[in-house]
Design a protein around this ligand. Structure first.
Ligand SMILES: [Zn+2]
Ligand SMILES: [Zn+2]
Length: 442
């Protein structure tokens, strides 16, 4: 009896497919998320794998790549709730055999399962018994992808409603980028993972606008004496970093004061633009955003990650200010070109670029000077910097899932029109990225 592995987080959709396969004489094994799916694929070696594109943690594409790295026997069918031609290409490029839009019809599935695979199946690697899944040592996970204010609800369920927070794991070290409301969920997850073991966490703040620190009072690890949190950031516009962080927890805003948090919390103000966090080298750069706001680039063995959650393009702002101040437009434009080229240099060849793409080009015209990105300029910056993968980030609180989908599609079209190569995704709460994108050899 042939076996199919279903990797799908949506219970209804998984059950429905399981029934379909069972009815047609298949054995069914099931996984709820990517990592478990990869492990099951290696352990059970199914004849076919049907995997959702948008899984809650790692994506269907990453699952595909990780499986193909070592196992090229099964037919892999990726399914998605939407139809983009670009997704189909990405699926094939990742080693998938077919791409279908949900709900899957048995006739289509059966036809695909009968078709010969594009490449003959083979076992990759020397020893079939050594198949084991090892996640790469550098991983990134999005816990909050929104700008300005949390916007939970049915309209934002796809990309998530929490404000900025990204977790980076590098060889077991945990670096948290910003402490928006997404950090609350991260805290709960860390608590479950560590149990009674102590945590040693690094929190790197870009700036202290509320959407980047508002989750800190609800970060559970700070409430446990066993844990240490090292907080790094640049001094705020007026007060020191420690004063600002403590202020949002003062009465009458919050019942627990900063100094009474049981965890050991050390706040260190950064003075240099190049420094190390453990073994990770970090470069920073001040961005085009009101107040003091830094962008960071983390260098790891598997590549680099650039994090610029709040950043406005230089030229439109410079031109607007020039008009107000009576400065010649050419001079303003020349200044903007210099600033931009410095930013391009800072981002050169980065593997993952997480960049403020709050506004569509049209909406940006009404928000010049607000400190945030405009879609086509975000894409052109990433292209010029030769980034490998761009994540549209700091989604506007007014944008629902459909609008972000449209912005993503537009960004991908801009890349196609440029004739260059750049993978583009919209950052999604719960999504995980593996920097190497592959399974290390044993
Ligand atoms: Zn922000
Ligand atoms: Zn800000």
């Amino acid at each position: 009896m042939p076996t199919v592995l279903l990797i799908e987080d949506d219970v209804e959709s998984r059950k429905r497919m399981a029934r379909l396969f069972i009815r047609h004489g298949w054995d069914v094994i099931e996984a709820l998320e990517g990592k478990a799916g990869i492990e099951l694929a290696f352990a059970k070696r199914p004849d076919a794998i049907v995997c959702d594109l948008l899984l809650p943690k790692i994506s269907g594409l990453q699952v595909c790549r990780a499986i193909r790295e070592k196992l090229d026997l099964a037919r892999i069918i990726i399914m998605a709730g939407r139809r983009y031609n670009i997704d189909r290409e990405a699926v094939l490029e990742a080693g998938g055999d077919d791409y279908f839009v949900k709900p899957l019809k048995w006739e289509k599935l059966a036809a695909a399962l009968k078709r010969p695979r594009r490449r003959p199946g083979k076992l990759v690697g020397r020893d079939s018994r050594s198949l084991k899944f090892h996640p790469p040592s550098t991983r990134i996970k999005f816990w909050g992808v929104r700008g300005s204010i949390p916007v939970p609800g049915p309209r934002t369920i796809g990309y998530g409603g929490n404000t900025t927070c990204v977790e980076v794991r590098i060889n077991g070290d945990i670096i948290i980028l910003d402490a928006g409301s997404g950090i609350r969920e991260l805290g709960l997850s860390l608590n479950e993972e560590f149990g009674t073991a102590p945590m040693n966490l690094t929190l790197l703040l870009t700036h202290t606008h509320w959407d980047h620190i508002q989750g800190l009072p609800f970060f559970l690890p700070a409430y446990q004496a066993k844990n240490t949190i090292n907080v790094f950031g640049y001094q705020g516009a007026r007060d020191g970093l420690a004063t600002i962080l403590a202020a949002q927890m003062e009465l009458p805003f919050f019942p627990v004061s900063w100094k009474n948090l049981p965890g050991t919390i050390k706040v260190r103000e950064l003075k240099k633009m190049e420094f190390s966090l453990g073994k990770v080298r970090v470069h920073s750069r001040f961005l085009n955003h009101p107040g003091v706001c830094a962008g960071y680039r983390l260098f790891t063995r598997e590549g680099s990650i650039a994090f610029l959650p709040d950043n406005e393009p230089f030229e439109p702002l410079k031109l607007k200010l020039a008009e107000r101040d009576g400065v010649h437009a050419d001079r303003a434009r020349a200044q903007a070109v210099v600033q931009r080229s410095k930013l391009v240099e800072f981002l050169k060849d980065t593997d993952v670029l997480i960049l403020d793409a709050q506004y569509t080009d049209e909406k940006y015209q009404e928000h010049i000077g607000w400190g945030h990105g405009a879609l086509s300029r975000v894409v052109s910056l990433a292209l010029e910097a030769r980034a490998k993968k761009l994540f549209l980030f700091h989604h506007d609180p007014a944008h629902d899932d459909r609008q972000i989908d449209e912005m993503l599609e537009r960004a991908r079209l801009l890349v196609v029109e440029s004739g260059r190569t750049l993978e583009v995704e919209a950052a999604r709460e719960g999504a995980e990225i593996w920097l190497s994108g592959s399974v290390p050899a044993r």
